[in-house]
Design a protein around this ligand. Structure first.
Ligand SMILES: Nc1ncnc2c1ncn2[C@@H]1O[C@H](COP(=O)(O)OP(=O)(O)OP(=O)(O)O)[C@@H](O)[C@H]1O
Ligand SMILES: [Mg+2]
Length: 498
């Protein structure tokens, strides 16, 4: 019988207008992976932020190793051996790996006066060895990949003697290979009796690591099950409160005339001689391995980066897109892959985020904003996309990840974009909302919009695309017919097969 490392009982938390957690229970045993599931906004991150002292609970009890505890700040959590590996990283990019690992507790010599650089290096190497990470501790964190930064975070947690480790969507920005590495590290941590809370929207991942699963829905505790006693279907219906029918919408695969013709698009070191045609009412899937140049290609089309060569023809007329402004004027919208960095203005509210690309359309000739019109338009999008927010004035930073994604989508729809570039449109989005986004994409193309959908999820590419452009090392490896393509035919091209 494994000991309960952690018990959370009747946890209650409200934000203005949102009952984020309604008497939620959760417990964790040493050496287990306990997955925490739920749709966007279900309260997963909030529960974990209470455990790590970011938020204070309104009611409830927490016990760690059988003792009641109070956690009022990050320091309390750390002392109790609780560490969180954040969705957004907490490392200092300009400092080295070693400095990050031992920040504020660097080894010192000559009393406390001088930093002991040699010792810092040695201790860091030892720590990195513990998780079998081959990395020079002297490297600045800014030079690391996302996966490496995450490993450094985990190493840091271990060095703080973490007994309880929380991973909030840890795989959302990792390649398949990196995910495998993370999973083997997780299995190792289990052997060291660390208890892991694992939050993810990718249910298939659970089969590799999960022991138990707890599901939240709309801030309420739905239940806890042993992973081996359940099915994905059951978990999904616990999450959404109903059985999900056919996952992808029935697509007609009927598209019209060319709207965008791309010829020889290039940018040194990233995109090489890319040519393709996008049609009216078409979903063109773009597949490829991480680093194949998909996002780089999208950024060229959107004018976010300068191309070195190539032409773009819009409805038969050659156009020059040298800035996002040019692209937006032509009715091209871009939902970025890295929502936090490029797309979202987290400090602005929902309304401003939705209208920011089209704000001129809401002003009178004298420049006065028509607030009523803004209100009406934005609340329509909030309804249509089921964006969960207590009001249009809510700051974006306070929405859950998936709902933030929907807000950007609303921005481009509101702008009336004819061509939408979706870069990883359902990353971090729960199953129910995913289905809604697929339905939405389908109705958008039926209305004559055209979509370029970059996605690393093969089922999504296969389920949605009329045609599939596969990239490999910056080039077009091939264009497949959507309905007849298979995972194998895509992977063959994506890995450089001829
Ligand atoms: N600081 C805050 N202020 C106001 N509301 C908040 C705040 N933090 C979270 N919320 C709200 O609490 C609810 C739960 O959010 P939470 O981030 O915990 O969801 P989640 O389950 O982690 O979702 P996701 O899967 O999208 O990450 C949401 O309705 C969210 O908008
Ligand atoms: Mg979350």
């Amino acid at each position: 019988m494994k000991r309960e490392l952690l018990v959370m009982k009747n946890i209650d938390k409200s934000f203005p207008g949102v009952h984020a957690l309604d008497h939620v229970n959760f417990d964790l045993r040493s050496g287990e992976v306990h997955a925490l599931l739920g749709e966007n906004g279900a309260g997963k991150s909030t529960l974990m932020k209470i455990l790590t002292g970011v938020y204070q609970m309104d009611g409830g009890e927490i016990e760690v190793a059988g003792e009641p505890v109070t956690i009022t700040n990050a320091g309390d959590a750390q002392k109790l051996g609780i560490s969180i590996i954040y969705q957004e990283f907490n490392l200092f990019p300009h400092l080295s790996v070693a400095e990050n690992l031992f920040i504020k507790r660097e080894p010192r010599k000559y009393g406390k006066w001088i930093l002991d650089g040699k010792k810092l290096h040695e201790q860091s190497e030892e720590l990195l060895q513990r998780i079998q990470l081959n990395l020079d501790p002297a490297r600045p964190v800014s030079s690391l990949s996302v996966a490496q930064q995450q490993m450094v975070e985990i190493a840091k947690a271990l060095s703080l003697n973490a007994k309880i480790m929380i991973m909030d969507e840890p795989t959302s920005a990792l390649t398949d290979h990196e995910i495998e590495n993370l999973f083997s590290l997780i299995l190792q941590l289990k052997k060291q009796n660390v208890g892991i809370v694992y939050i993810s929207h990718r249910l298939e991942e659970l089969s590799h690591i999960a022991d138990r699963v707890t599901v939240l829905r709309d801030g309420k505790y739905v239940g806890t099950v042993n992973y081996s006693d359940t099915t994905t279907r059951e978990l999904v219906s616990m999450m959404v409160g109903r059985e999900l029918s056919e996952y992808f919408p029935q697509r007609e695969h009927a598209y019209g005339a060319p709207i965008l013709e791309v010829e020889g698009l290039s940018r040194k070191g990233a995109v090489n001689d890319v040519s393709f045609t996008l049609h009216e009412g078409e979903i063109l899937g773009v597949s490829g391995l991480m680093g194949a140049g998909r996002t780089e290609m999208a950024r060229l089309l959107f004018g976010a980066d300068r191309k070195d060569g190539g032409t773009v023809t819009f409805k038969g007329e050659q156009i020059e897109i040298s800035s996002p402004g040019d692209a937006i004027k032509r009715g091209i919208g871009y939902l970025t892959e890295d929502r936090k960095r490029d797309g979202l203005t987290l400090g602005l509210n929902v309304k401003d985020n939705i209208t920011m690309a089209s704000i001129k359309e809401y002003a009178s000739m004298l420049g006065v904003m028509n607030e009523g019109k803004i209100e009406k338009a934005t609340s329509e999008y909030v309804d249509q996309l089921s964006i969960k927010t207590p009001s249009l004035e809510q700051l974006l930073r306070n929405l859950s990840g998936g709902n933030q994604q929907k807000v950007i989508l609303a921005r481009w729809l509101c702008k009336g974009s004819k061509i939408l570039i979706f870069d990883e449109p359902t990353r971090g989005i729960d199953v129910g909302a995913k289905q809604e986004i697929y339905e939405l994409m389908n109705s958008l193309v039926k209305e004559g919009h055209s979509i370029i959908m970059i996605s690393s999820e093969l089922p999504e590419v296969l389920g949605m695309s009329d045609r599939i452009l596969v990239m490999h090392e910056g080039r077009v490896a091939g264009i497949l017919d959507g309905p007849s393509a298979t995972e194998e035919s895509i992977m063959y091209l994506a890995t450089g097969g001829k």
